[in-house]
Design a protein around this ligand. Structure first.
Ligand SMILES: NC(=O)c1ccc[n+]([C@@H]2O[C@H](COP(=O)([O-])OP(=O)(O)OC[C@H]3O[C@@H](n4cnc5c(N)ncnc54)[C@H](OP(=O)(O)O)[C@@H]3O)[C@@H](O)[C@H]2O)c1
Length: 239
């Protein structure tokens, strides 16, 4: 039975990833910042008949990441998915767009956005690389975003979120190169514009469609796709 570890599994894409991987018969290590508040995830774990376990994990708390890594020492993890993410303040996704305007920068919040969206995936990869290397599938995926693409930036703004996702693309590209010799396929993936708290109600996709697409892409990944910037339906995006 293959194993997947998912961060940010309390809601949105992370929760749907957990749901679909459980349904597909995988062992799921679901990480959530506050499991006690993640009722849907808890119910899913109970229904999974112990194939899914829930672990408290704030990805900015490196001590907590290291504790979980010690707990899971020796357990092969076929797929590690960094889904935990934040958009940063001054965003209005509920209105269909998100803006971090020039002149309104909240630097503390920007730093928090970087801690979650960039340092989080980096720390998870460093903490669990041996688990991934010991697995059959050896895949390391971070949900970044097309708004981290320079080529697709046509309306400006969004300084904190864009820069965090561009940086996340950068680290996944480097990891793809550095970890290829260990047989690990690392890459950034854009889930599409999805109706979640981050995507807002005007998103183009529902979570089920996005996650089904991403699972298909992840399932079919080849070493030649390491370090490519792919989206949920397998299409490649410009950096
Ligand atoms: N939805 C879209 O259109 C879209 C587009 C491009 C990229 N993405 C990316 O996809 C990923 C998932 O987003 P989503 O759409 O599912 O958003 P969401 O519904 O807002 O979910 C965000 C998740 O991240 C978790 N999280 C936030 N800070 C965390 C921390 N410090 N430690 C651990 N978990 C933390 C949240 O946990 P709590 O419940 O504890 O807050 C929640 O589970 C994000 O990386 C996002 O940037 C989404």
């Amino acid at each position: 039975m293959p194993t997947v570890l998912i961060t940010g599994a309390s809601r949105g894409l992370g929760l749907e990833l957990a749901r679909q991987y459980v349904e597909a018969g995988w062992r799921v290590i679901a990480c959530a910042r506050s499991p006690a508040k993640a009722a849907d995830l808890g119910a899913l774990a109970v229904a999974s008949n112990v194939r899914m376990t829930v672990h408290p994990l704030d990805v900015t708390d490196h001590g907590q990441v290291e504790t979980l890594a010690r707990e899971l020492d020796g357990l092969p993890i076929d797929v590690l998915i960094n889904s935990a993410g934040v958009m940063g303040r001054e965003s209005f996704a509920d209105q269909g767009m998100a803006i971090q305007r020039f002149g309104q920068t909240d630097y503390d919040d920007w730093m928090h956005t970087l801690r979650v969206n960039v340092f989080g995936p980096m720390k998870l990869a460093e903490a669990f690389v041996e688990n991934v290397a010991a697995s059959g599938q050896k895949k390391l995926v971070t949900l970044t975003s097309m708004v981290g693409s320079m080529g697709q930036n046509t309306f400006g703004g969004l300084y904190a979120y864009r820069s965090s996702k561009a940086a996340a693309n950068c680290i996944m590209k480097s990891m793809a190169i550095d970890l290829q010799r260990r047989g690990i396929i690392a890459l950034p993936m854009h889930p599409g514009w999805v109706r979640t708290e981050i995507g807002g109600p005007r998103g183009e996709l529902d979570v089920a469609t996005s996650v089904a697409g991403m699972r298909r892409v992840i399932e079919g990944l080849t070493p030649a796709q390491a370090g490519r910037f792919l989206q949920w339906d397998g299409r490649e995006l410009p950096w």
